[in-house]
Design a protein around this ligand. Structure first.
Ligand SMILES: C[S@@+](CC[C@H](N)C(=O)[O-])C[C@H]1O[C@@H](n2cnc3c(N)ncnc32)[C@H](O)[C@@H]1O
Length: 251
């Protein structure tokens, strides 16, 4: 792909198609043209089996050269990697698996950590599991289909089947429905899963935007959370700006 179309995403058909498919994407969390399922085929055909870093490289290649996907991406992925290295996690909770890209990055940055990733769409969960299998991380990464906003069903499954308990989670990556960021964070706090000193990394704070979450972190700065804001760009281009928040839990 040319440098110009990498910089200006609107020159790419795959990006335009994603915008046309926005209503479908926001309802079903797939673009609607089969690009997520094609990613799994692409990974299995091109990435070295058992090599998580090579799978990450191939997913980025697919997003730049074939079809744009709503992964955290390579630029913001570096902020996520650094937070994971800082937290030295044994256990990670992710909200929003999609095709598994960010979970793979976290699995690569913390090679002994166990990751539980919650995903609303069962088809996305299937794609992600296939990619984890190919990357050789499926024994450490579990996808749970559900949402924390489902009245307690998924939260109970985490407590009973995934051995979640007070202080057992070292890092949470929040990257799902932007309106659910704050309610789900509050549920995590009520359950007490995140240990003191643990980190919450939140993507897309500027684009598409999670203003209530950001305002909450500002209000609680130095009291319950200590937050660093990273200015960056939305995935796989440099025209649209974004913010990633990394918040340390002080309580
Ligand atoms: C932006 S994508 C996640 C990208 C992924 N973290 C990555 O970087 O590779 C958002 C995902 O969150 C899922 N999702 C949306 N609302 C959700 C909810 N309330 N709970 C769990 N998953 C949700 C969508 O189905 C979608 O797959």
């Amino acid at each position: 792909m040319s440098t110009l179309s990498r910089k200006i995403p609107f020159l790419r058909w795959s990006f335009i198609r994603l915008f046309l498919g926005m209503p479908h994407l926001l309802k079903n969390w797939q673009v609607g043209d089969g690009r997520e399922a094609r990613l799994a085929e692409y990974v299995v055909a091109k990435a070295k089996q058992g090599d998580a870093k090579d799978v990450i490289r191939i997913i980025d290649e697919y997003c730049y050269n074939e079809s744009f996907l709503i992964n955290v991406g390579d630029e913001k992925g570096l902020i996520l990697d650094a937070a994971v290295e800082r937290a030295k996690p044994s256990r990670i909770l992710e909200l929003g698996t999609y095709c598994g890209y960010s979970a793979l990055r976290m699995a690569a940055a913390a090679p002994t950590a166990r990751i539980v990733s919650i995903e609303f769409n069962a088809e996305n969960a299937k794609i992600a599991r296939r990619i984890f299998e190919h990357a050789g991380v499926s024994s450490r990464v579990t996808v749970v289909v559900g949402t924390l906003g489902d009245g307690g069903k998924t939260a109970s499954a985490l407590n009973q089947e995934q051995n979640f308990a007070a202080g057992t989670i070292d890092l949470v990556f929040v990257d799902h429905d932007k309106n659910a960021y704050l309610p789900d964070l509050k549920l995590i706090m009520r359950e007490g899963w995140l240990r003191r000193g643990g980190l919450v990394v939140a993507d897309n704070i500027k684009f598409p935007g999670a203003p209530e979450y950001r305002a909450y972190m500002h209000e609680n700065e130095g009291k319950v959370w200590r937050t660093d804001e990273y200015e960056t760009h939305a995935e796989y281009q440099t025209m649209i700006k974004d913010l990633v928040l990394v918040s340390e839990y002080l309580a």
